[in-house]
Design a protein around this ligand. Structure first.
Ligand SMILES: Cc1cc2nc3c(=O)[nH]c(=O)nc-3n(C[C@H](O)[C@H](O)[C@H](O)COP(=O)(O)OP(=O)(O)OC[C@H]3O[C@@H](n4cnc5c(N)ncnc54)[C@H](O)[C@@H]3O)c2cc1C
Length: 267
């Protein structure tokens, strides 16, 4: 009887996951020392969120307005910055996000955001992708026939990747350095992997840049997958720093899903 080769298991991902790994803290002693050095009184604000407090401190420094703050606290202060478009002050707040469960096509769009962003992404040259996951668009996953076509296509590409990686390692057997040999094999073999290949990316961005990202990628016109990521990032940041991101709201779209809107675009 002929031996039947078992198909490798296909790992399919449907949702992005966002981990907030880093947030800022303010050094209260240094702030108190600065205020004392400059006869600026005992200014205190009403937020416990480092990002929000740093922004208010930076904004108040511009006019040395620590002594007689207007009522309304940090929410009103940041609200005013958003209303008048003093966006540069928002650059002092930085968040570190680790994002998984997204496709290479999504990250190709994400890394187009240049101003105020830093990226570190999983390397397809160093990391073996023979058992990687793939991100299936929801519209395809919900249709049995389209899902079947998608699975067949992705499985074929993954099988080709594995065969090419094995063949290339063999072709490069004269190279003694095992890490270099594998890297050279994987960098060529990855050329057949699809846009749907799952990736992981570490993103550091300031609040001004993140707001611009939410507006561009949370918009109704954005690609469905990156809009879903933008919504997840928005929900996380809104919980984390409501005075900074609380002006956004979600609206239902006629074709399903939601978009992020605000009256303070691109501050
Ligand atoms: C719905 C949608 C469709 C898209 N379609 C395409 C497409 O078909 N093809 C394509 O290539 N891209 C496309 N993009 C990507 C888009 O063109 C931008 O590259 C991406 O959204 C990043 O926006 P940005 O440049 O404003 O952001 P950032 O790079 O983060 O820049 C933020 C802001 O800083 C300023 N800035 C940054 N760099 C400079 C600079 N060098 N000079 C002057 N000002 C600067 C600008 O005001 C800019 O808006 C699309 C984006 C969306 C949301």
């Amino acid at each position: 009887m002929a031996e039947v080769e078992s198909e490798p298991v296909l790992h399919i991902v449907n949702q992005p996951k966002v981990y907030l790994l880093g947030r800022q803290v303010i050094d209260e002693e240094a702030l108190a020392e600065f205020l004392a050095d400059h006869d600026a009184g005992h200014w205190a604000t009403d937020t416990e969120i480092g990002a929000e407090k740093l922004i208010e401190t930076a904004g108040r420094l511009c006019y040395m307005s620590f002594q007689r703050p207007r009522p309304g606290g940090n929410k009103a202060y940041i609200g005013h910055l958003l209303a008048v478009g003093h966006g540069s002050v928002l650059e002092h707040a930085v968040f570190n996000l680790l994002i998984t469960g997204v496709s290479r096509s999504l990250t190709h769009e994400l890394v187009r955001h240049r101003a105020g962003f830093g990226f570190s992404q999983l390397s397809q040259r160093f990391v073996d992708e023979s058992e990687c996951s793939f991100v299936e668009p929801t519209v395809i996953a919900s249709d049995p026939e389209l899902h079947r076509i998608w699975v067949e296509a992705v499985q074929a590409r993954q099988a080709a990747y594995c065969a090419l990686a094995d063949g290339l390692v063999e072709k490069y057997r004269h190279i003694d350095d095992k890490t270099l040999r594998r890297k050279m094999a994987r960098e060529a073999a990855r050329s057949v992997l699809p846009n749907a290949t799952e990736t992981k990316i570490f993103v550091t961005a300031n609040a001004r840049a993140l707001r611009h990202f939410l507006e561009m990628r949370g918009d109704a016109a954005a690609d469905v997958e990156i809009r879903r990521l933008a919504l997840a990032v928005y929900k996380l940041l809104e919980r984390e720093a409501p005075n900074l991101f609380g002006d956004y709201r979600l609206v239902d779209l006629p074709e399903g899903g939601q978009a992020v809107v605000t009256e303070h675009r691109k501050v």
